[in-house]
Design a protein around this ligand. Sequence first.
Ligand SMILES: *Cc1c(COP(=O)(O)O)cnc(C)c1O
Length: 234
Amino acid sequence: MENNKRIVLSRISRACEACGRDSANVRLIWVSKTQPFSAVERAIALGARDFGENRVQEALEKFLPQRDGVVCRIIGPVQKNKLRKAVQAAQAIDTVADLESVLKLEALCEEANKNLEILFQVNASEEATKSGLSMQEAFDFLSSLPEPQRLLYKGLMTIGKNTGNPEDSRACFAFLRDLRDKLFNTQPKFKDFTELSMGMTDDLEVAIAEGSTMVRVGTALFGHRSAIGSFHKI
Ligand SMILES: *Cc1c(COP(=O)(O)O)cnc(C)c1O
């Protein structure tokens, strides 16, 4: 894992150099879904602080009780009846895409006396299997949101196209950046809208070139996930 980390960090810094960005502005999210508890512990020992989980139950099992300075982000879609547990387990939910979830999360955070970072997921690759706001509806939907109270509207998240060619995702990533800029620049409720979560193992260079501030990397750090995706606390 240590060598994997070195390789990923050097990919990030080379990608930043290539487009004149400071690599301090690209956070590495360690996607620990399906990985055992022991892998998370090893990653933390290597300095990892930001993790991504796509299932709320797994996030609860691996990230509670909360460790000092360790952030768990939910990067998979969350069913309405799991939002309460998501608020307990995570410091950020990166896949919000409907008003009912926003309102519920505000209420849950108020009840828990807690703040929560939110990213809105946009289906910028327009693949039917992916969740998120459609590109057509995203601007109007986001513009119509209420002022955040307990929530922090931090930015946007997307998953690139899974074609095997990272260049195919460039237009999705550029779309996301433009949308973030437009909201940040014109609407006070998006004053904290600085984040773009985009780029994974296969396309992080293109995502960084298009402005990503968080790359979500699983395979290149932890190795391949089992096909079944089972997870055991060991
Ligand atoms: C699994 C997953 C990742 C990590 O993918 P890798 O290709 O293993 O790096 C990133 N983002 C989301 C939303 C995921 O579900």
